[in-house]
Ligand binder design. Structure first.
Ligand code: PPE
Length: 309
């Protein structure tokens, strides 16, 4: 995906042309990675575009800011509304929305508190994250030699720009090794998450996912999958998952806003189950897409219609 540079970006409360949404090279964020952000999807439904779990994403943005002592100069309600306005302003239907709060330009040095915050919301069309046929045919992943951040190093519960330096190392290594995605282990060697996704395993009809204390971002898609699975009578276990359990799983899938629900067909070249999308993955994918595309009833009230209902 390369930007087409069309449309407007919400920049500190005002819409500016795509090319004018700029910050100074000596901004704090450029040197020290000081930002918190969100990734949100909007789906095209019969009732117009609808944003998935907007309230929860806005809440997580403010929680990330809280951890980093960033006092976002807008209320959650203002950001909520500004996100919907950004989709409307750009006349988008299905799109990906990226709000980011960053520490800006004033002085350098590790202490960031004098640098003003800049708040930005951009939206664009972002197709299938892990490739066109990934949702149907699955992806090939490799366990990374890079570990996820250990407790009390960088907080995994904050969705902060700097965390993605760790993700980048793992992703570049996996691409170099001809994998589609990396799976990272936590500092003690148990399964944590992908570079931009959470991970689920199916074994003997039970759904397993690493517990949220295992150095991962507690994903909103992950939470959605757990709810849908439990309501479908599938037993869900959040626990410590040893690496080798990956190879022995019947099914594996990745979840994330960008990646949605993507099946995994192999790990480190070892085929998972039948090497294709399994029945529980299919069941949860079908349920997820029927809700977000507005085909099924929005039983969890996950959708916010951009132009009202
Ligand atoms: N773990 C990580 C590390 C992560 O980045 C994401 C989202 C998730 C889990 C899943 O979280 P959620 O989206 O709430 O279900 N990754 C975002 C950024 C991807 C990117 O390449 O940038 C996303 O999917 O929007």
């Amino acid at each position: 995906m390369v930007f087409d540079e069309k449309g407007k970006i919400w920049f500190n409360g005002e819409f500016v042309d795509w090319k004018d949404a700029n910050i100074h090279v000596l901004s704090h964020v450029v040197h020290y990675g000081s930002s918190v952000f969100e990734g949100i999807r909007c789906y095209n439904t019969q009732k117009g575009p609808a944003v998935f779990r907007l309230q929860d994403h806005v809440k997580r943005l403010f929680n990330s800011g809280k951890i980093y002592r960033m006092h976002i100069p807008y209320s959650p309600e203002e950001i909520f509304k500004a996100i919907l306005e950004t989709v409307r302003e750009n006349e988008l239907e299905d799109c990906y929305i990226r709000p980011i709060v960053l520490r800006g330009y004033k002085e350098l040095g590790v202490i960031p508190l004098k640098c003003p915050l800049t708040t930005v919301i951009a939206a664009w069309k972002w197709g299938k994250y892990l490739g066109e046929d990934a949702l149907e045919n699955g992806v090939e992943v490799g366990v990374s030699t890079w570990r996820r951040m250990a407790p009390n190093t960088l907080p995994n519960m904050a969705k902060a720009g700097a965390n993605y330096m760790n993700s980048q190392l793992a992703k570049m290594e996996s691409v170099h090794n001809n994998f589609d995605e990396a799976i990272m282990l936590d500092y003690q060697g148990s399964v944590s998450e992908g570079t931009g996704e959470n991970i689920f395993l199916v074994k003997d009809n039970i759904l397993y996912t690493p517990h949220s204390s295992l150095s991962l971002l507690s994903g909103i898609t992950r939470d959605s999958v757990i709810k849908m699975a439990e309501d479908a009578g599938i037993k869900v276990k959040e626990e410590t998952i040893p690496r080798e359990m990956l190879y022995l799983a019947d099914e594996i899938f990745l979840t994330g806003t960008a990646a949605e629900i993507t099946p995994v067909k192999s790990v480190d070249g070892i085929t998972i189950g039948e090497g294709k999308r399994g029945p529980i993955t299919t069941q949860l994918q079908d349920k997820f897409f029927s809700i977000v595309e507005g085909v099924a009833e929005d039983e969890y009230q996950w959708l916010t219609y951009v132009h009202g209902e």
